[in-house]
Design a protein around this ligand. Structure first.
Ligand code: SF4
Length: 234
C-alpha cells in the first residue's frame, strides 16, 4: 500500500535471526561515544522522496551509523563523504547528516540499503542478502514510475540493484554487466512498458577503507553523483 506502508513493514522485519540479534545487541550495548543517545536498532527503511528520480543503493546500515540514527548513511564516515558530495552536486540541502532531526533533505533522491539490517563486519551472508532482496524489489517496483537513474555503491550494491531492476521489469543483459567505478549501463524497459531505459551507474563505496586509501576521492564521487543528477534531470 505505497512507500509509507513499505517503510512501516520493513522496519519491523525479523526474517534474519543473526542480523536481528546483532542490530539489537549493538543497540543495547552502544558504542561508548554514543552512550547518551538512543539507538534505532531495527531495519533501516528507504530515505528520501518517494517519487525520487534518482535511487542510491548502498550495502547495509553501519552498526553505529544508520543502525543508531535510523536513517541511511547518517552518523558514520561513509555518510560524511556521501552527503558532502550530494550537497556539492545539489542533491542534499546540507553537507552533513548527523541525526534524523538535523534538517537534512534530499532533492529528488532516495537512498536504500541492499540489506536493511546492520551486519557484523559489514558483511551479510548470501542467505541474508537473498532474504532481504524482496524489500529492494518492492521499493523498485514502487519507484518505477518516477526513477530515472540508479547509482550502486560498491559491487554488492551493484549486484543487488541489477537483481532488483530485473525484478521490477527492466531488461538486464546476460551475462550481467560487471561493476566498476563510473561504469554506466542503460537498462531498457521491457517492450510495451511506458517506462524509459534507466541507466545504472557504478560508484566505489565511500567506505573508510576506500576513502582512506584514496581509491575513492571526493572528485571521483562528485563526478558520478553529478552525472547521475544530470541524467535524472535534477
Ligand atoms: Fe528483514 Fe532485511 Fe533485516 Fe533480514 S536484513 S531482518 S530481511 S530487513
Amino acid at each position: 500500500d505505497g512507500p509509507a506502508g513499505l517503510d512501516a513493514a520493513v522496519s519491523v522485519c525479523r526474517a534474519c535471526p543473526r542480523l536481528v540479534r546483532w542490530r539489537e545487541d549493538v543497540a543495547a550495548t552502544k558504542r561508548a561515544s554514543f552512550a547518551d543517545q538512543p539507538y534505532w536498532g531495527r531495519p533501516v527503511p528507504g530515505w528520501g522522496p518517494t517519487d525520487a528520480r534518482l535511487l542510491v543503493v548502498g550495502l547495509a546500515p553501519a552498526a553505529n551509523g544508520a543502525n543508531r540514527t535510523g536513517r541511511n548513511f547518517t552518523g558514520d564516515s561513509s555518510g560524511d563523504w556521501l552527503y558532502a558530495s550530494l550537497h556539492r552536486v545539489g542533491l542534499a540541502a546540507l553537507p552533513t547528516s548527523t541525526h534524523a532531526g538535523d534538517g537534512q533533505e534530499l532533492r529528488g533522491t532516495r537512498m536504500v540499503a541492499a540489506v536493511r539490517c546492520a551486519p557484523p563486519d559489514n558483511e551479510p551472508t548470501p542467505g541474508e542478502r537473498d532474504t532481504c532482496a524482496p524489500w529492494l524489489h518492492a521499493e523498485l517496483a514502487l519507484l518505477a514510475p518516477t526513477v530515472r537513474v540508479v547509482v550502486a555503491l560498491g559491487a554488492f550494491g551493484w549486484a543487488a540493484a541489477l537483481r532488483g531492476l530485473a525484478g521490477a521489469g527492466f531488461a538486464v543483459p546476460s551475462p550481467r554487466p560487471r561493476f566498476g567505478h563510473a561504469v554506466e549501463v542503460p537498462l531498457p524497459a521491457p517492450p510495451g512498458a511506458a517506462l524509459p531505459a534507466v541507466p545504472l551507474l557504478g560508484c566505489y563505496h565511500p567506505s573508510l577503507h576506500n576513502t582512506a586509501t584514496r581509491r575513492l576521492t571526493a572528485s571521483m564521487l562528485d563526478d558520478v553523483l553529478g552525472r547521475a543528477a544530470a541524467l535524472a534531470g535534477l
